[in-house]
Design a protein around this ligand. Structure first.
Ligand SMILES: [Zn+2]
Length: 450
């Protein structure tokens, strides 16, 4: 593919909305020119174009069980009973099935407004816990799935060594996840030698339950983003307090110099000091509001965190549903439940809530997974989502009203065309390979549910 030219009738640029925008890219999809007023140049995409967002927190294999954990059990259901159901599914999945499930998921991500994904990949070994001949087999399957779908991936292989604080032994259900330092570094080396184009890598110490700070320090020598689950559940806070008298975010902050390299996944349960400290650190709170609602995690303190200038990113995590607009909507709604107010995260008076949330997730998301797609400007990658301005939710909407109506009303159904890495991957609501990818997904799902 050579350099490309596109023409957008309306587009959200870093300094605001513009009409008749011409964009030129090089053959890697990087923007080489932004030409407002360049009517008629290049392939024309009518509608309203906005930058593509990063989905910074994905567990692709969990897409296979979306909706299957909604039947009540004999006792009280919780995150921990859901986790047992998830382990059951994770233990069955074969490499080609993971690839099929992940490819389906990534097509869904693109069609829902995400153009890059951070894959927090913790399924490493064979069902009996023995490593595959290539120790990174399952991570490479996810990378292959991302290539099939045409989404830019940051692979975040997970270091999972223990079953609880202080290096407790893991349980049998976790056998596919476990690595010591050497095993983990072998996975990293395999992935690093396989990356192409816009693919990036970081590391994902699973949680402070699954790694010790000593082990984490050993693997921090690798470059790239660091993602860690933290303070998602009250039980984790209680276990951490019992272990060393500190809360999880307090403990992590006391051991490491948190900065923009870090993303703290969920960070649901923080006290006021942890909230202001994290906001000032430059690290990201990677929020997954739909999954957090589904799992009964609790509500992130978005009001104090964002008003203190804290960086956010969003992810679809368990993929119980997949949508960029939906995650931002539920993030705002969680704050409305809590404060009994409206337009809570608008960032000030007379501002659009949708625009404020969208821009926070755009900048934070790209930085969180080290993808060069933080907006439509020269030197960034052309990742764009064209919304259908004839969709009933968007008819007659102007400027930031388009973002508000997409996020709070129309949702993913408004997405018409998607450009990822400078290539059109979704056209008129359809992904070029969606039929083939769905057929493989269906075969995998059939066997997994036998
Ligand atoms: Zn997660």
């Amino acid at each position: 593919m050579g350099p490309c030219k596109f023409h957008f009738s309306q587009m959200l640029l870093p300094d605001g909305w513009a009409r008749d925008v011409g964009i030129e890219t090089d053959d890697a999809g990087m923007i080489t020119a932004v030409l407002p007023g360049a009517a008629g140049a290049g392939e024309s995409l009518p509608g309203v174009a906005v930058p593509g967002l990063a989905n910074v927190h994905s567990h692709a294999h969990q897409r296979a069980m979306a909706g299957l954990a909604e039947r009540s059990g004999p006792g009280a259901d919780s995150f921990w009973t859901w986790r047992e159901a998830m382990y059951g599914f994770a233990l069955k999945m074969r490499p080609e099935e993971l690839q099929a499930v992940a490819a389906q998921l990534y097509v869904e991500c693109l069609k829902a407004g995400f153009t890059s994904v951070g894959e927090f990949q913790y399924l490493h070994h064979q069902p009996d816990g023995t490593p595959y001949a290539n120790r990174a087999e399952l991570s490479l399957r996810c990378l292959e799935a991302a290539r099939e779908a045409g989404i830019s991936m940051t692979m975040l292989p997970v270091l999972y060594a223990y079953g609880g604080f202080g290096g407790q032994a893991a349980n049998a259900g976790q056998r596919r996840f476990l690595n010591n330092q050497q095993g983990f570094q072998a996975i990293i080396a395999e992935i690093a030698s396989s990356l192409r184009g816009h693919e990036r890598m970081g590391i994902a110490p699973h949680s402070l339950r699954a790694v010790t700070v000593e082990l984490l320090r050993e693997v921090m020598t690798e470059a790239g983003p660091v993602h860690i689950h933290i303070a998602e559940q009250i039980k984790e806070v209680e276990d951490c307090l019992a272990f060393n008298g500190m809360r999880p975010v307090e403990y992590l902050s006391s051991e490491f110099d948190l900065n923009a390299r870090w993303s703290l996944i969920h960070a649901t349960h923080m006290n006021a000091r942890e909230t202001s400290g994290l906001a000032a650190s430059g690290a990201h709170a990677a929020l997954c509001p739909v999954t957090e609602a589904n799992l009964g995690d609790g509500i992130f303190n978005g009001v104090d965190y964002m008003s203190a200038g804290g960086a956010i990113a969003i992810g679809t995590d368990s993929h119980v549903s997949v949508g960029a607009a939906e995650e931002l909507r539920v993030l705002e709604y969680s704050q409305r439940y809590l404060t009994r107010a409206r337009t809570v995260l608008s960032g000030g008076a007379a501002r659009s809530t949708g625009r404020n949330l969208f821009e926070a997730a755009l900048a934070g998301g790209a930085r969180s997974i080290a993808q060069p797609a933080s907006g439509i400007r020269v030197g960034q990658r052309l990742d764009a989502v064209v919304l259908d301005d004839e969709h009933p939710a968007l008819i007659g909407r102007k400027g930031d009203g388009i973002l508000d109506s997409w996020i709070f009303s129309g949702g993913s159904a408004c997405v018409r065309d998607v450009i990822a890495g400078g290539k059109i991957v979704v056209r008129d609501g359809h992904h070029a390979r969606e039929a083939e990818i769905k057929t493989k997904f269906a075969a995998a799902m059939k066997r997994l549910q036998e």
